[in-house]
Design a protein around this ligand. Structure first.
Ligand code: RTP
Ligand code: MG
Length: 137
């Protein structure tokens, strides 16, 4: 069974959307294998989004991701990576599909409520970034 790393970003935590987003995860038949809340340091956020280093929005993204606590989860189901990205909706919330989490909860291009790994290799890296082996059930 495939696993992916999901984040409930600081904007969604601040607007009390954690429960609704986790409920959606369960409704989509993801198994929650690991979950924690934490407040990333600047160094941690920059490391997590290292693929975007050098892009115009990088500093702003790091600053947003460190603006408050977030929730990290490991989700498991068939086609977990692509299914979670479908449920999230497009990166730009203005283009996000009706019924997607970003359509419902995003309030700006950057403040888009959720993250999901984009491939098997990044899922492995991102899961290891947030969780040790013994934290994964
Ligand atoms: P994520 O990694 O957070 O799941 O989002 P994604 O794959 O849909 O989008 P990605 O291209 O990886 O971008 C990462 C996050 O950076 C912010 N962003 N800002 N101002 C901009 O042009 C811009 N572009 C991207 C968003 O918060 C996006 O989720
Ligand atoms: Mg991405």
């Amino acid at each position: 069974m495939e696993q992916t790393l999901a984040l409930i970003k600081p904007d969604a935590v601040a607007s009390n959307a954690v429960g609704a987003i986790i409920q959606r995860m369960e409704r989509e038949e993801f198994r929650i294998c690991a979950m924690r809340m934490l407040h990333l340091s600047t160094h941690e956020a920059a490391t997590f989004y290292h693929a975007h280093k050098g892009k115009s929005f990088f500093d702003s993204l790091v600053s947003f991701m460190t603006s408050g606590p977030l929730v990290a989860l490991v989700l498991e189901r068939e086609n977990a990576i692509s299914h979670w990205r479908k449920i999230m909706g497009a990166t730009d919330y203005r283009k996000a599909e009706e019924g997607s989490l970003r359509k419902e909860f995003a309030t700006a291009l950057e403040r888009n409520a959720v993250h999901g790994s984009d491939a098997e290799e990044t899922a492995r890296e991102e899961i290891a970034f947030f969780f040790s082996t013994r934290e994964r059930a």
